[in-house]
Design a binder for this molecule. Structure first.
Ligand code: KDG
Ligand code: MG
Length: 419
């Protein structure tokens, strides 16, 4: 794979800029949509950044093409922090998933360029390794408890040390996290949003049963996780946490909607189950209170949706002094560019907890050649300068964008609910 590495440029104490001469957005759909930013410098070095926002992709494309790229041309690609501040403060309208995904893509691409110029993987520029490998969790799911446990056993046989369990809720036609496809889970499944049905009562009955069986059949050594996907009220989440305590979960994810950070205080008052939240957060301002009040145990903000490596490292540093560890989101809508960036981040921070890892399809892996690899429950970055990932633009061009929405959710009486 050609990573267009260049030897470090130095001329005594004179810093040589890498002037940005081109930046373009590439939209491709090798099974699902991905938005990628490619930045090129006058010295022929290029970097890539992920800008995918599932179900709202073209909003970020426009934000980048119409508002960000014109401001990048001519700037020194080495000035990562300054460009970050320019785009964040300079917009006046701060934060939000669209703007922060766009900034994240620029940020990733600039770190990629800096690594290539230095001849070092990005994690080396961020302080070097804190660990050898990145523990990941797989997403085991099924139409029944039996099927979910069978899937979990397959993950265990592949060496996974941590497995998230999601099973269909009896009586509901479909359930979050349960796939039609055995190997891949892809919720953005239709040209217009699919309508799902939800019943908290039925859900609260099946989940404790799933975990009771899981501990009995999978043993005590494997880490077990579960994603509520923002569906419960605080007191319902507290009830579920208590019901699951005996099964020693690694975490309960997104137990409630997180717009109101105080929600988590009520859950905390009732249960010792570890809490994780943050895959939809855009900045430190979404999680500042959760972290400083130690209302969560794992922060799930990601490199692509929370402003890139520059901002995610600040969130992680803040979390570290409050004993909160990271557990970055890593579903299929996070492209291999994001995954490569996440792994460079994961190995280089002291308070890493775990990394979500959902496999991409072969077509996606071909469009985004990358150097990270899975072995025995861990993902490994390698020593490729930069992020260790690229985009094959010709191949990407063979997969045109296809509109795809995430589902919506309703209660049985028709009330709109959280998906
Ligand atoms: O785009 C939305 C998905 O990434 C999300 O629904 C998956 O919750 C998710 C997870 O934890 O992977
Ligand atoms: Mg989730």
């Amino acid at each position: 794979m050609d990573m267009s590495t260049k030897p470090a440029v130095s001329r005594g104490d004179v810093a040589i800029p890498q002037k940005i001469v081109d930046a373009r957005v590439i939209v491709t759909c090798p099974g699902r949509n991905f938005v990628t930013l490619k930045i090129v410098t006058d010295q022929g070095v290029h970097g890539v950044g992920d800008a995918t926002l599932n179900g709202r992709e073209l909003a970020v494309v426009s934000y980048l093409r119409d508002h960000v790229i014109p401001c990048l041309i001519g700037r020194d690609a080495h000035r990562i922090e300054d460009i970050w501040q320019y785009l964040y403060r300079g917009a006046y309208w701060r934060g939000g998933p669209v703007g922060m995904s766009a900034i994240a893509a620029v940020d990733m691409a600039l770190w990629d360029i800096k690594g290539k110029v230095a001849g070092l993987p990005v994690y080396q520029l961020m302080g070097g390794r804190c660990r050898d490998g990145v523990m990941v969790y797989g997403h085991a799911n099924g139409e029944s408890i039996d099927a979910t446990l069978a899937a979990a056993k397959e993950y265990a046989a592949l060496g996974y040390k941590a497995i998230r369990l999601q099973c269909a809720v009896p009586g509901l036609p479909s359930t979050y996290g349960v796939s039609k496809d055995k190997l891949f889970y892809e919720p953005a499944d239709a040209d217009l949003p699919t309508e799902n049905l939800w019943s908290t009562e039925a859900y609260m009955r099946v989940v404790p049963e799933l975990f009771a069986r899981a501990r009995a059949e999978l043993g005590d050594d494997v880490h077990l996780l579960h994603d509520v996907h923002h569906r419960l009220t605080p007191i319902e989440a507290a009830r579920l946490g208590k019901d699951l305590e005996a099964y020693r979960l690694f975490w309960l994810e997104d137990a409630v909607v997180a717009e109101n950070q105080e929600n988590f205080r009520l859950i905390r008052q009732h249960t010792t189950i570890p809490l994780a939240v943050g895959e939809i957060f855009s900045s430190i301002w979404d999680c500042k209170d959760l972290i400083q009040n130690q209302l969560i145990d794992y922060i799930r903000a990601t490199v692509v949706h929370a402003g890139g490596l520059t901002h995610l490292r600040k969130i992680a540093a803040f979390a570290d002094i409050h004993n909160v560890r990271t557990g970055c989101h890593g579903a299929t809508d996070l492209s291999p560019v994001s995954m490569a960036a996440a792994l460079n981040f994961d190995v280089s921070i002291p308070n890493f907890g775990i990394q979500e890892y959902m496999r991409h399809t072969d077509a996606t892996d071909a469009v985004f050649p990358h150097a990270y690899r899975f072995e025995d429950g861990y993902l490994h970055v390698n020593e490729t300068p930069g992020l260790g990932v690229d985009i094959d633009e010709d191949l990407a061009g063979e997969f045109p964008y296809r509109r795809a929405y995430l589902p919506v959710n309703r209660l049985r009486d028709g009330t709109m609910y959280h998906w």
